[in-house]
Design a protein around this ligand. Structure first.
Ligand SMILES: Nc1ncnc2c1ncn2[C@@H]1O[C@H](COP(=O)(O)OP(=O)(O)OP(=O)(O)O)[C@@H](O)[C@H]1O
Length: 733
């Protein structure tokens, strides 16, 4: 049974660290893997359905809305054609309708782009028939745009509710992949026209105990991207030399996608046909954008529902290619003729039977021809593509069934379920997997399924199983060295180095000089000093001393006023300690997410201090592992003018992204030293490494230091950055 407090499996639910399977290499045989996976996928599907039911149909509409799974009392503000034949419905709140002003902000919700949703009458039953279902195209503060195949003719002129639907297709496809794996091993898996699926070589490495093979002489290749570093070049060489399987391990900011783009371009240059896939639409789009930018002549097609694609890649979509094709023009002619015949049919009298029959026969013939022309257009575009890009779920789409590839390249492979990854691998002779198993694993709703291995990825397993097939990228292009070093030492055996372009960069490089004088006044006397108040006073004072003794040069900002007050006020690393401030955590009434109102105020005080120093809000991100704290911080943001561009999200929401300044709110503060999933190394690794120039951690050092890993983080921040007590940020609070 899924946890009650669901709402979000990614954040807010405190559970054992997912993927705590160190040393567990998973089932040894393919048969055991398939059997276990079938069971775990069913568990996961049931957990997701149960979660959806609990949060929607089994509770009152108001509770469903409070849990973020439903939005009530909406109205359609706009119906637009476009998006390659789909219809876009813009939904806004009915509240305040008619008052003449702009639509009011939607209540907090957990809808995200690409979610499958149903639109129903607000007053009807939650599990009643939908007026229409579709995919979320865009989300704004006051509106949600849903892409549907066709707008319903009736029913949109009443108060509406929007519900998130469980997406069962994903599970059906995962099961189908598992079945095909058995057939690949037996040599009986084939395309519809009888060609055998080629993924057996990779299966032999993973389940047959065979060592990955390399060509005897590594191929010579001329980089398309002249700026690749040595470790990226080595990864490309390994991938091009591999005869079955290569892994690219890319720690945060090390240019994993840059290396993947180069691998794909090199493969195309030597005549390979490439399947490029990733678990999420956003990762696939990112890859498409980068590939098209690197080689505008590349024959590339992006498969997927247009609502799920970024506008920048729509031009590469299958639909856009098909619309441009000759077959498509002929199909359009058929459609025009069909329309014409239908109009003639309407005008015929009841006696003109023979003519009616003849026109009907014409209609059938034209409809068949239109379908055939469209299918031919689709086939032609896919066949002609050097690179086919789609999500791992999309690989199982009917349109790809007849297609085979020389190499399957999977980006963000450490965030993909193993069964999903195999969908791509069985379609190609060779595979390249890129990812970082030391960042967040795939999202799994069922705790039990995660515990039994569903969150363990093929990438993670292969890192241990065949380390010789893996190349690690070691130069990072994001973080100041002081931010990177903690992550490097804790998770990457100290192997990372900071590229010189970022190693010393600080917030002074992105502040507007105009704001500085005001800033000094706003923040004067608050940086770099320790407070000694309340229950944590002693510890705080002790740590402050340590920090004062060892301020690393790289850990404070330089820039215009090197060494002066400004430098002190914009440190690279900052620990804001709430120990002794009495900011106790609070657990949600329903569920197990936590919030900490006192800590939230301290976080916002630091945001304002940064803004006063000239850091623009769009350069600042707040990361907190708990949904309840995300909601609380968003309320505080709303109360403060000028902060709408400040991003506040769970760790998952920030994976793969970066900000100049990151503030981490750890939330947990209790007498017993409970830290929940804060102790997940991978979660904290992602949080810290989103920061380019400034990382502030707001926490109760006494509580979190009960965990050895977090204690080391607190000590690292104290020793290499500045320390301040939250009491100093909020005097008199
Ligand atoms: N060899 C290089 N020289 C200079 N900049 C680079 C190089 N490789 C990557 N970068 C830069 O580093 C940043 C991160 O690169 P990229 O997006 O490829 O990394 P990633 O590893 O996929 O990122 P993430 O950490 O989000 O997974 C980008 O701004 C990119 O331009």
């Amino acid at each position: 049974m899924p946890p009650k407090a669901t709402g979000n499996q990614r954040a807010g639910r405190d559970k054992a660290a997912p993927g705590g399977h160190a040393g567990d290499d998973g089932p040894a045989t393919l048969e055991a893997f398939v059997e276990l996976s079938r069971k775990l996928i069913d568990m996961e599907k049931n957990a997701e359905i149960e979660q959806a039911n609990e949060e929607t149909s089994l509770c009152s509409p108001e509770t469903a809305q409070a849990r973020g799974r439903a939005l009530l009392n909406l109205r359609v503000d706009d119906v637009e054609g476009g998006l390659l034949g789909r219809t876009l419905l813009t939904l806004v709140s009915n509240k305040g309708y008619g008052a003449g002003g702009p639509p009011v902000e939607l209540p907090p919700h957990k809808f995200g782009p690409h979610d499958v949703v149903a639109l129903r009458p607000s007053r009807g039953p939650a599990d009643g028939p939908a007026l229409v279902s579709g995919v979320i195209y865009r989300i704004r503060e006051a509106s949600i745009i849903v892409a549907v195949d066709e707008a319903p003719e009736d029913g949109l002129d009443q108060p509406l509710r929007l519900d998130k639907l469980a997406n069962e297709v994903t599970y059906q496809r995962l099961r189908a992949t598992l079945e095909s794996l058995i057939r690949v091993k037996g040599g009986t898996a084939a395309t519809p026209d009888g060609r055998p699926l080629p993924g057996g070589g990779v299966l032999d490495v993973v389940f047959g105990g065979r060592e990955p093979r390399l060509v005897s002489v590594p191929p010579v290749w001329r980089p398309r991207n002249a700026g690749l570093d040595e470790s990226q070049c080595a990864a490309v060489t390994l991938a091009l030399s591999s005869q079955d399987l290569a892994l690219v391990h890319g720690p945060p900011g090390t240019g994993k996608t840059t290396a993947v783009v180069e691998i794909i371009l090199q493969e195309v240059a030597r005549g390979s046909r490439v399947l490029a896939a990733a678990a999420s639409n956003i990762a696939v789009d990112n890859l498409v954008e980068r590939l098209v930018r690197s080689d505008p002549k590349l024959k590339l097609v992006r498969l997927g529902h247009p609502a799920r694609l970024l506008p920048a890649v729509l031009d590469s979509s299958l639909e856009a290619h098909v619309l441009r094709s000759d077959n498509s023009a002929l199909a359009r002619d058929c459609r025009a003729e069909i329309k014409d015949i239908n109009a003639r049919l309407l005008k015929l009298g009841p006696r003109e039977r023979a003519e009616r029959r003849a026109l009907r026969a014409d209609l059938r013939r034209l409809a068949k021809e239109e379908r055939q022309r469209q299918e031919a257009a689709i086939k032609e575009v896919i066949r002609g593509a050097q690179v086919v890009c789609c999500t791992l779920t999309g690989v199982a789409h009917r349109q790809l069934e007849p297609e085979l590839f020389d190499v399957a390249v999977v980006d963000e492979a450490a965030q993909a379920l193993e069964a999903a990854t195999w969908a791509a691998l069985v379609r190609a002779r060779r595979a390249v997997l890129a990812g970082d198993h030391l960042q967040l694993p795939p999202t799994v709703v069922s705790d039990e399924a995660a515990r039994l291995g569903l969150a363990r990825t093929l990438f993670e397993r292969l890192q241990r199983l065949v380390p010789s097939a893996s190349a690690m990228l070691t130069v990072q292009y994001r973080m100041n060295r002081a931010i990177m070093q903690w992550s490097s030492d804790e998770l990457y055996e100290g192997k990372l180095t900071a590229h010189e372009s970022v190693a010393e960069h600080t917030l002074s490089g992105v502040t507007s000089a105009a704001a500085a004088p005001q800033a000094s006044a706003a923040a004067s006397g608050k940086g770099g000093k320790a407070s000694a108040g309340g229950k944590g006073g002693k510890a705080a004072a002790g740590k402050a001393k340590a920090a004062a003794k060892a301020p690393a040069p790289a850990a404070t900002s330089g820039g215009a006023s090197e060494g002066g007050d400004d430098a002190q006020l914009l440190p690279v690393l900052l620990l804001i300690d709430t120990a002794g401030c009495g900011y106790d955590e609070q657990q949600e009434a329903e569920g197990s997410s936590y919030a900490n109102p006192g800590e939230a105020k301290a976080v916002m005080a630091h945001v304002q201090r940064l803004v006063a120093r000239g850091v623009t809000p769009n350069n600042i991100g707040i990361i907190t592992p708990y949904n309840a704290q995300v909601a609380l911080l968003k309320e505080l943001r709303h109360e403060r003018p000028g902060l709408s561009a400040l991003e506040i999200s769970s760790v998952d929401g920030f994976q793969g992204r970066e900000k100049e300044a990151i503030i981490i709110s750890m939330v947990r503060s209790n007498e017993s030293g409970e830290v929940g999933f804060l102790s997940d190394r991978r979660r904290m690794n992602v949080a810290v490494t989103r920061a380019r120039r400034h990382c502030a951690v707001v926490c109760d050092s006494e509580t979190v230091s009960h965990d050895a890993f977090l204690k080391r983080l607190v000590e690292y921040l104290s020793a290499n950055g500045e320390y301040t007590s939250a009491a100093e940020l909020l005097p008199g609070a």
